[in-house]
Design a binder for this molecule. Structure first.
Ligand code: FES
Length: 278
């Protein structure tokens, strides 16, 4: 059975004790942390689907997520502390720091250690980077960052460096180059000028009925590229047959080693994706 992760207000993990005293301790919120969390969230909605965005606000502000702020966020969003902790501890972009624990250095270099990068020397690169950069920079092994075509990959802050070696990563660190450079993309005006969003307009105007669109997808034989090759038309039909309200989640995580198609496409032709999703 999957082990439940519990977290108390002091940030310690461990089994939840039953009884009023244990519940009170688990629910106590640091007033100062709560004030700071409210200031960081501002007027933003407290709806639970914004949890990751709000965790990012705290992470970006402090460089990590102090446990007391995690508890305050749970209170502010009316979520269980365990729910917030499970999300925050799942993603390597969040650093939950317990009371008394040393926060991580300001800069982290993430080195992908999934299959493609590992085959091209990821662990040797990590060892060499630790020697070259010392304790001032954290070197963290992470799963696939969706850039397998340029393995091995290191991410300096938020700046991915393909075919990474010690000199390239060290140069980025020394130049404080921590943000990604985006490639040229087809912008909104260029997309519209080339007929973009016209199909969406015609769908909304009733020129294309939902049934016709799904049939066209089925006839085209379009399949997913996530591994199962599931027919896209059949998937859309299954969703349409469900009772409303229907919710759609767009998965662009690309956690599978060897995949980078979605990022490549989204960086260069984002409106085509937006039109399709709409
Ligand atoms: S395996 Fe390293 S970026 Fe995908």
């Amino acid at each position: 059975m999957k082990k439940r992760i519990e977290m108390q207000a002091d940030g310690s993990g461990g089994k939840r004790r039953r009884g009023p005293r244990a519940r009170k301790k688990g629910a106590s919120v640091d007033p100062k942390a709560l004030t700071e969390v409210r200031a960081l969230l501002g007027e933003a909605s407290r709806a639970p689907d914004l949890l990751i965005e709000h965790l990012h606000r705290i992470q970006d502000h402090f460089g990590h997520i102090p446990a007391v702020h995690l508890v305050a966020l749970a209170s502010e969003m009316r979520l269980a502390v365990t729910e917030v902790y499970e999300v925050a501890s799942f993603y390597h972009h969040f650093d939950v720091v317990r009371v008394g624990q040393e926060p991580p250095p300001d800069l982290t270099v993430r080195v992908c250690e999934s299959v493609t990068c590992e085959m091209l020397g990821a662990h040797a690169l990590m060892d060499a980077l630790k020697d070259a950069l010392g304790d001032a920079v954290r070197i963290q092994a992470v799963p696939c960052v969706g850039r397998c075509a340029t393995a091995p990959v290191a991410v300096v802050g938020r700046n991915p460096i393909g075919r990474a070696d010690v000199s390239g990563v060290t140069a980025a660190v020394n130049q404080d180059a921590t943000e990604a450079a985006l490639p040229d993309a087809i912008d909104h005006a260029a997309y519209r000028a080339d007929g973009g969003y016209e199909t969406l307009r015609r769908c909304r105007a009733g020129d294309f009925r939902p049934e016709d669109v799904i049939t066209r997808l089925e006839d085209a034989g379009l399949r997913g590229l996530g591994g199962a090759g599931f027919p896209a038309g059949r998937k859309w039909r299954i969703v349409r047959d469900q009772p409303a309200p229907r919710l759609m989640a767009v998965n662009i995580d690309e956690g599978e080693p060897g995949t980078f198609k979605d990022r490549y496409f989204l960086e260069r032709d984002p409106h085509r994706f937006m039109e399709g999703a709409c």
